[in-house]
Design a protein around this ligand. Structure first.
Ligand SMILES: *Cc1c(COP(=O)(O)O)cnc(C)c1O
Length: 436
């Protein structure tokens, strides 16, 4: 038997009217419905069509991260279908820089956004040409800037210091550096899980300071490409994203009067969120696509006929295509609470424990791999193997019974997993990552 099962049981639990706990509506998760789009073979979760138990044997050790190629492709195709012609899609590498995954993504998108020289080198190993790679992020050192100028990527300037560094690197290397100005907008985006724009920021140059920087870019004789505005991340509200995009186009239209040349690159940011907790609703791409189509016709094309308009997405493209698979190593009851202790934890998957930029911790979707389609029979706390109470992967999770040796899947692990976790904490070995 193969097919999509009815639900990721124990993804979360909410108190029922009678005070008991029940598994929440699995449809609450993801745009793909049950198990975030993963298939179930004979009751067992499968990743890329391979049953997770078999996959664990192949990997040779737990825990591990597994990413499903077909889900990555499917998600990119969904975004493409929603975006109007003329809007390009970039992948933000920091969401998941695993080389094999990045290589797969490079065939699905138009460009890559990197945030360190290390990411840049990995990105340059793909087939994406340098002029389609943007390097953003505060604190680019002289050495990183020199690498970026030598590579020919677009350096997204975030300060006057960076402008001076780019100018110097270009002179020393005899290269006309490609640059864009990253602007900190005067507005913030409602509904963002993480704010990266509006108010005082370490990111980008305040819109008020942009004219001066633009004059500096012209004076330095750099190859001015255009603008980049990234206002926020993990947003599930389409209307807020549309408002940010409208605000960005308006802002850039004003700033373009001060630009040293035509705008050829317009990076509108992204911030598309994915559902992590049961109460989250998947983002509706429809209104975003319509809004972009309107902006293209009424504002972007008339003002910037030469511009490549770009949306940059990280977690939205890869987050739901990954699972963290970990094994139960102990099962114990403490004063009425059943604990499943697994061999993984926050040192690999910090975000699932609520310790990565979350004010309130909520359970990520969780399943017992071998009984994915079974109903929940007990409520447990799923904890990692680190000696800290922070290592809590699931609180009061309704799950089918799991024993020592059983595999547990923690979903939504494709973005900000391994590389966003304190791998050195407690000195356990690093997990494998596989792309299937
Ligand atoms: C981190 C980052 C992204 C990706 O954010 P997601 O929430 O993963 O989509 C995009 N652009 C910039 C500039 C970033 O720093």
């Amino acid at each position: 038997m193969s097919g999509e099962g009815p639900g990721a049981h124990g993804a979360d639990s909410t108190p029922g009217a009678d005070g008991t706990r029940r598994a929440v509506d699995p449809e609450a998760f993801g745009g793909f419905g049950s198990h975030g789009g993963f298939t179930v073979v004979d009751g067992e979760l499968a990743i890329g069509g391979v049953p997770a138990g078999r996959l664990a044997e192949r990997v040779g050790s737990t825990p591990f991260f597994a990413y499903d190629r077909s889900l990555l492709s499917r998600r990119a195709a969904q975004v493409r279908a929603a975006l109007p012609d003329g809007v390009e899609l970039n992948y933000a590498v920091k969401a998941n820089p695993m080389p094999a995954l990045l290589h797969h993504m490079s065939g699905l998108v138009d460009g890559l956004d990197v945030a360190s020289a290390g990411e840049m080198l990995t990105a340059l190993d793909t087939t994406v040409p340098a002029e389609r790679i943007g390097f953003a992020g505060p604190g680019k050192t002289s050495i990183e800037v020199r690498q970026a100028v030598a590579a020919g990527v677009i350096v997204e300037l975030e300060s006057a210091t960076e402008l001076a560094r780019v100018r110097l690197a270009g002179e020393q290397l005899g290269v006309t550096a490609r640059v864009a100005l990253r602007v900190n907008p005067p507005f913030a985006v409602r509904g963002s899980g993480m704010r990266l724009g509006g108010g005082p920021q370490q990111f980008g140059v305040d819109a008020e300071q942009a004219p001066e920087l633009l004059a500096g870019i012209g004076a330095a004789g750099l190859d001015f490409q255009g603008f980049h505005v990234f206002a926020g991340s993990q947003n599930l509200d389409a209307e807020s994203i549309c408002a940010a995009q409208r605000g960005t186009v308006e802002l850039v239209t004003e700033l373009a009067d001060h630009a040293p040349g035509p705008v050829r690159y317009l990076n509108l940011g992204g911030g598309f969120g994915i559902p992590y907790a049961s109460r989250d609703r998947a983002l509706d791409l429809g209104p975003i696509g319509e809004n972009l189509a309107k902006l293209l016709d009424t504002a972007i094309r008339p003002a910037f006929p030469q511009a490549r308009t770009v949306i940059e997405l990280g977690r939205y493209l890869v987050g739901e295509a990954g699972v963290y698979v970990t094994r139960v190593v102990d099962r114990k009851v403490s004063r009425g609470t059943t604990f499943l202790v697994v061999d993984g934890g926050l040192h690999h998957q910090l975000a699932a424990t609520g310790n990565l930029g979350r004010a309130i911790r909520r359970n990520y979707p969780i399943a017992v791999v071998g009984s994915t389609t079974e109903p929940a029979t007990e409520t447990v706390d799923l904890v990692g193997c680190l000696c800290t109470p922070l290592d809590l992967l699931g609180k009061d999770v309704a799950l089918p019974h799991a024993e020592i040796g059983d595999l547990i899947a923690v979903f939504q692990a494709g973005a900000y997993g391994l590389t966003a976790s304190p791998i050195g904490f407690l000195g356990h070995p690093a997990p494998h990552e596989v792309l299937i």
